[in-house]
Design a protein around this ligand. Structure first.
Ligand code: NDP
Length: 303
């Protein structure tokens, strides 16, 4: 049971109702009057129908929903970088790392049976290694949020980072070494041509025996069949997934019932409506006043 105050999310967030009304013709609009667009996943081909569009503002931190459009106008595209979202993502990861690290599921089960089962921690945090795939805005916040708990922290990114207390691995050549020292692997990469399907059997085999995988990035980063095989073989101890190849997760997905998987419905970090409106207003103001936009996506790199 959730405490009072929790609202169900709409099908595709607060932005979609109006957008769908426009698309299916229930709300009239003149394409030539639209100069700015903001949303999550505009239907491919839609944005090219707006002849006077000046800029696009993603309401999510990821922009894969825009870049999947082969006819995306070559205009400035910004992504949503928001402290509330970054902290929510970090809370989710810290919570799930601690639940696994502290064996909380075991104690939940013991409580259900009204039994007093004391156990030592399997391993102290100082000997437990957490690696973050993608050490950008969110990955960096996750790393610094984990710092006080005395874990060994590292991150992998394209360029070298200098976050105190977090070992930096950079580029494809350092990926194997990074993976070999991850008892927990947290994925918070953007989805690009380079990162699609990155968590496959080959990558999982490089993780230490008994590792955990936590994916809060995009479902397409992970080959789900390979993850399940690695869990079933005993190579991995568990997984926490917030994102999936198909969303909503189909009823017949084995992920729902897998004893070693915790699955949540893409809620690790949800765009805060108030912050989103302030961000869009700021972007429009900047454009109208000839000021540079912030967090502009590199369309070649794809993030
Ligand atoms: P950033 O752009 O700030 O960070 C991306 C990081 O990934 C950077 O460190 C970048 O390296 C690294 N990276 C990208 N491509 C590669 C590559 N090929 N090899 C190595 N490193 C790479 O993004 P955010 O942190 O803001 O967001 C990350 C993702 O999180 C989003 O794209 C989105 O998919 C996901 N997300 C999920 C949510 C959820 O609810 N589950 C909510 C919000 C976001 P470098 O710094 O060197 O460029």
């Amino acid at each position: 049971m959730l405490p009072p105050g929790w609202d169900a999310l709409g099908k595709d967030s607060f932005a979609s109702d109006h957008f769908e009304a426009v698309l299916d013709g229930r709300e009239a609009y003149k394409p030539e009057e639209i100069t700015y667009f903001s949303g999550f996943r505009p239907p491919p081909g839609f944005l090219k129908t707006l002849p006077n569009l000046k800029a696009m503002f993603s309401l999510g931190a990821g922009v894969d929903g825009f870049l999947r459009d082969p006819e995306l106008p070559r205009l400035p595209l910004t992504r949503f970088v928001d402290p509330t979202l970054m902290h929510e993502m970090a809370q989710y990861v810290v919570m799930h790392v601690l639940i696994a690290h502290r064996g909380q599921r075991f104690f939940d089960a013991a409580q259900k049976e009204s039994t007093w089962r004391q156990r030592m921690l399997a391993r102290p945090s100082r000997d437990t290694r957490i690696g973050i795939l993608g050490l950008g805005d969110i990955g960096g916040t996750i790393a610094t949020s984990l710092l006080p708990f005395d874990f060994q922290l590292s991150g992998w990114s394209r360029s070298r980072k200098a976050i105190p207390g977090v070992k930096s691995f950079a580029g494809d050549s350092e990926l194997p070494q990074f993976l070999s020292q991850c008892d927990y692997l947290v994925c918070v990469l953007p989805l690009t041509d380079d990162t699609r399907g990155i968590i496959d059997a080959k990558l999982l085999a490089r993780l230490p025996q008994g590792a955990w995988v936590i994916n809060v990035a995009r479902g397409a980063h992970l080959i789900e069949e390979d993850l399940i095989a690695a869990l079933d073989s005993g190579h991995l101890a568990g997984a926490v997934l917030d994102v999936f190849q198909a969303e909503p997760l189909p009823d017949d997905s084995p992920i729902w019932r897998h004893p070693k998987i915790t699955a949540t419905p893409h809620i690790a970090g949800i765009t805060d409506a108030q912050a989103a409106f302030a961000y869009v207003a700021d972007c429009v103001k900047r454009c109208e006043n000839g000021l540079p936009l912030e967090n502009v996506v590199d369309l070649v790199k794809g993030y």
